[in-house]
Write a protein of this length. Structure first.
Length: 100
């Protein structure tokens, strides 16, 4: 488990807030403007784009973990007062995000 936790830490360092955007610096770098994900609907829309990009270009990455991290980063970067659990509860059930 320690190796897995260390791997997640390395992913966190590559998926972060930089300036006015959330940056995903993986095999195919991408970014989402914070202004595009400043409410639940925007987060869902941006999460969908990120998930599609991850599935197409980095399917080996833990999609559930990165989707939840994206929500936390969007909330933090936009200084929103909504909980990540509340946002995630609005995402499609098929994404299997649960409350883990």
């Amino acid at each position: 488990m320690d190796e897995y936790e260390a791997w997640l830490d390395t992913l966190d360092a590559r998926f972060l807030i930089g300036g006015e955007e959330i940056q995903a610096n993986f095999d195919v770098p991408m970014a989402v403007a914070l202004r595009d994900c400043n409410d639940v609907a925007g987060m869902l829309k941006c999460a969908l784009r990120l998930r599609e990009a991850f599935l197409a270009n980095a399917a080996h990455l833990p999609l559930e973990y990165l989707t939840k991290r994206f929500v936390r980063l969007a909330i933090q970067g936009n200084r929103l007062s909504v909980s990540s659990a509340k946002v995630i509860s609005q995402f499609p059930e098929a994404w299997n995000l649960g409350s883990k």
